[in-house]
Each structure stands twice: as C-alpha cells, then as structure tokens.
Design a protein around this ligand. Structure first.
Ligand code: NIG
Ligand code: FE
Length: 390
C-alpha cells in the first residue's frame, strides 16, 4: 500500500463536531494524509515523504457517502409503472411481483452485471459503502443466490426474504414465514435481517418472529417500517434493538418520539419520497425531535431507481426540510451509524480513507446544483477507484 496527501483542500468536511460549531466539522485549506488506506494526519501545507499528492484547491473533500439501504440485486424494468404514477396511480407493493419474476428468470451473471453497473454509477457519484439487500427471489434458491451475488460486492449484506409473500404462498403466508425461519435464515450467512412490515407485506407478529429467528442465527436486525401505513413496526424495531428503521413516511408523532429516545437510527429515503408519495417535511419532524437520522438511496426498480446520494441530499433539502448540513451529515456519518460502523462516515485519524472529492468550493453545491455530477474522484481505502470492488 502507499501514502497519499490531499493538499490545499478548500473545504474539508470531517464530521468531527469538536472541530467547529457546526455538525460537519469544517476545516479550510487543510491537508490530509492517508497511509495504508487509513487517515494518518490532518495538517496544513505540502507534506514530504508521501508517494503522491492531490491538489484540492477550489475543491471539497468529504467522507465517501454511506448508502445504508439498497435493493440492487434484481432484473427487469418498471419504467411503465413510474409513468403511470406520473398520471396519478398510487404506489403499492404490488409491482414487486414483476421484478420477482424477472429476477427468478435471470442468471447469476445477469444479476451480478446489473449490480456492478449500478455500483459503478454509485461510485461515480461518491458512494464508498453500499448495503445490499436480497428480496426479489423469494424462494430458498433465489434468495440465497441473490445474497451470494451481493457478498461479492459488500460486507453489508441483508437478507430480505421477507419482502412480500410470493404468489405461490398467497393462500399460506405462514408457510412462507416458516420457510424463511427454518430454511432460508439458517443458510443465509448475511450480516443483516430485514422485514418489510406493512400492508401488503408482513404483519407485526410475522415480522417479529422473522427478526428474532435471524437474531438467533447471528444476523442483526433492521427493517422497513411505516412506508405505506403506520403500525407497530417502530415498536418492534426498538424492541429488537434494530440498527435502523427505514422509510418511516407514515410515522406518528409517538413513533418519532420513540425513535428519538432509542438506539435505532431513523433512515429516510428521499428518492422514494420523490418517486412515490411525497411526505413533505418528513425530515424536519425527525430532526426536530432529536432522532439520529440517515438518508439512503433505497435504489430499487420500483419506488426509487437512483444510485445518486447527491440527488438524495438535494431531495432531502428541497422536499424533506433538511438543512444542507443535516443532509450531508445524514448521507455520511448518519449512514455509518445506521450500519453501526465507526470506521467510516467521518474524516479523522484512524478512520478508513474512504473519500469523495468534489469539483466545487463547498459541500453546499451538492444541493445547490441538483442533477449535476460534481464528483471529481472517489477513493476507497486511500485509492482512487472507478470500478466498484468490495
Ligand atoms: O424499499 N418497501 C419495499 N421495498 C422497496 C420497493 C420495492 C419495489 O417496489 O420493488 C422499497 O421501497
Ligand atoms: Fe427499501
């Protein structure tokens, strides 16, 4: 491995709140040195004895984006469904079935190449960590092979066999819950277990049984909560100490209070709000209550087909009531907390040198220039990368 210095950084976002009054810990005209993939020094000037130097004048350096929620193992296209929504049709979980059919028909190599293409897009827009869920296979074989594909790309793999009840179990939903608990979970070896707890998906009893079965096999819980309706999902998330409850669009004030006084991160998905049923100012309700908040792409072919965390930052600001600073923090350190990771999401000595360099003088441009890719380069463990690797 080697050392690399980033010098004359016009705006450095550290996320170290001890550095300045704001949450982003901004340093001007700084230098950082990465050694063997880890941040070794935050200093000024041009250090000697490093292998390479990147001049960051008029640029902004941030922690790489941590996308803590994605569904990128799938095949097929649902652009027609999106178009119907633009004509007033409501989003429901019903469209998932068409992606399940296409995913079951796809080869492992089709699934891997689609995921690689999406991860390359994400990398080009500054994402350095991506959580990846299964959930479009919904058979033992197809869920396990979806996870196998995901494992080649990330450590943050999530079993979402409990996405919806597949057609063949329509008259026997508990039979599918039994299959998940007794066959799929024990063979999954994923890091996380997730359940879509909502109307048209899994009820609270099924949700809790599946999460607890996952936990007993060493998987860690997180869940889809209150996306389409309000229910018991937040209470369950807190009862099982889920790392994160995600979506939360239909949350009640009580859900928000419960999350704010828990260890469970509230993960909001601005791309899904944009593409389905906007809950305006959703972010403000959580932020004002003092909840720990993350934003993530939710990249999937139905409700949010974007890999761009800068788009999510801009949407969080303009649609969900975040300040730019809150949105940038939620896309970096917030995502790290949602994955219970302390080695990523901030720039300080000892953290992984996962970085995004913007061709812009301030992080504000991420929201101020929506739809424009400002990423100059993305670094994983101190190396500039253009193709996603684990
Ligand atoms: O997170 N909520 C469930 N799953 C996805 C959407 C799935 C789909 O429509 O394909 C989501 O938004
Ligand atoms: Fe999702």
């Amino acid at each position: 491995m080697s050392s690399i210095a980033f010098t004359n950084i016009s705006t450095l976002v550290t996320n170290d709140s001890s550095i300045d009054d704001g949450a982003l810990g901004i340093v001007r005209n700084a230098t950082i040195v990465s050694d063997d993939g880890v941040i070794a020094r935050i200093t000024t000037g041009v250090p000697t004895g490093v292998d390479s130097v990147v001049d960051c004048s008029n640029k902004t350096l941030l922690p790489g984006f941590v996308d803590s929620h994605s569904h990128i193992i799938f095949a097929g296209d649902r652009s027609e469904e999106f178009s119907l929504r633009s004509q007033g049709q409501k989003y429901t979980s019903g469209g998932i079935a068409s992606t399940v059919a296409a995913t079951r028909a796809a080869t492992d190599s089709d699934l891997a190449s689609n995921a690689q293409r999406l991860l390359d897009e994400a990398l080009a827009s500054g994402t350095t960590t991506m959580e990846i869920k299964s959930g479009y296979g919904l058979t033992e074989k197809d869920e396990l092979r979806s996870l196998q594909v995901a494992k080649n790309f990330t450590e943050e793999t999530t079993l979402l066999a409990a996405h919806v009840i597949p057609e063949e179990f329509r008259d026997d939903p508990d039979g599918y819950v039994d299959l998940i608990i007794n066959s799929i979970i024990p063979q999954s070896h994923a890091k996380w277990i997730d359940v879509f707890c909502d109307v048209g998906a899994f009820n609270p009893n099924q949700t809790e049984a599946i999460l607890r079965a996952g936990i007993s096999h060493g998987l860690l819980p997180r869940l889809h909560a209150n996306q389409l309706s309000s229910g018991k999902a937040v209470e369950i998330a807190i009862a099982v100490d889920a790392a994160s409850a995600d979506h939360l669009s239909k949350s009640t004030d009580r859900d928000i209070e419960l999350l704010a006084s828990s260890n469970t991160v509230a993960t909001l998905l601005p791309g899904a709000e944009f593409s389905t049923h906007l809950e305006a100012y959703l972010g403000r309700r959580f932020l004002d209550a003092g909840a720990t908040v993350a934003i993530a792409s939710d990249c999937n072919p139905g409700s949010s087909f974007t890999t761009s965390m800068p788009f999510c930052i801009a949407a969080a600001v303009s649609l969900l009531g975040f300040t730019v600073e809150e949105a940038v923090a939620a896309a970096t350190i917030g995502g790290a907390k949602a994955l219970r990771r302390s080695d990523i999401g901030s720039i300080s000595v000892g953290k992984r040198a996962d970085l995004v360099l913007l061709d812009a003088p301030s992080y504000i441009h991420l929201a101020y220039r929506p739809g424009v890719n400002l990423v100059h380069s993305t670094y994983k463990s101190g190396r500039a990368v253009t193709t996603w690797q684990k």
